[in-house]
Structures are given as C-alpha cells and as structure tokens.
Write a protein that binds this ligand. Structure first.
Ligand SMILES: [Cu+2]
Length: 133
C-alpha cells in the first residue's frame, strides 16, 4: 500500500515545437555557370616592363559589367582606354604610374579595343583587342 502517494504533477506536455532550422546556404564552387547578365568579370593589364606595350594584346571578358584593372609599376605614365568598334571611348583610367587604377564598363558581346592614349604610345604598339562573349 502506498498511502503517501506523492503525486508529482508533471508539467503539461506541450505540443512539440519543431524548430525549423534554416539551412545555411553554402556557396558552391565556381563550377556553376551563371547567366551572363549577372556575371562580372575582371581583366588585368600592365605595361610590358618599360616598353610602350601592354603585357598582352588580347583580353577576353564575359558580357556584363567588366572591371579593368591596370597596374602600372613602370617608370612611364600610361592609361588604359577601352573603346568600341566605332572608336567611342567607353571607359578609361587616368594617366598615371605607380599602383593600380580600375574602371568598370558594361559591355555587350563584341570586339573592343584597348589602348594607351599617351601621345605616341598607341602608335608604338600599346594597344590590344578585348573580346567580350
Ligand atoms: Cu602609355
């Protein structure tokens, strides 16, 4: 017999609350191909030493916003100008030396030209072709 029945009142069982755990979005590696309209690409340029040339005369970029990074660690001031097939200037850096200057241009697929606008430099070969896909 159990005359001292201590009835411990159990707390009312609450309905189980299922917490929704927000799944963290994990960035997938670059393998996923993004639509061109949302893609941003960066092209990098530098002079070829102290020559009146760029380190490359061809660049490619994806259509959309393109960042042009021009690093000029030579002793000669240069700039980078990007123009379209009608020679319309779409973007450029200032003429400078030492460090890196950048600009952004929004480009459709096509062929563009980049060059240095310091007198004589483009004529000496400081130009190239930027292909946008
Ligand atoms: Cu130049």
């Amino acid at each position: 017999m159990d005359d001292q029945l201590a009835v411990e009142k159990e707390p009312e069982a609450k309905e189980p609350v299922v917490k929704k755990v927000a799944k963290m979005k994990i960035k997938k590696p670059a393998a996923k191909k993004e639509p061109a309209a949302n893609s941003a690409s960066t092209v990098k340029l530098a002079p070829k030493g102290d020559q009146l040339m760029f380190d490359t005369d061809t660049l490619t970029a994806k259509a959309g916003e393109v960042t042009v990074d021009f690093t000029n660690d030579s002793a000669i001031s240069h700039d980078v100008v990007v123009s379209n097939s009608s020679s319309k200037v779409l973007g450029k850096t200032p003429v400078f030396y030492g460090g890196t200057k950048s600009f952004n241009v929004t480009l459709k697929p096509g062929t563009y030209t980049y060059y240095c606008s310091v007198p004589g430099h483009r004529q000496a070969g400081m130009q190239g072709t930027l292909t946008v896909n």
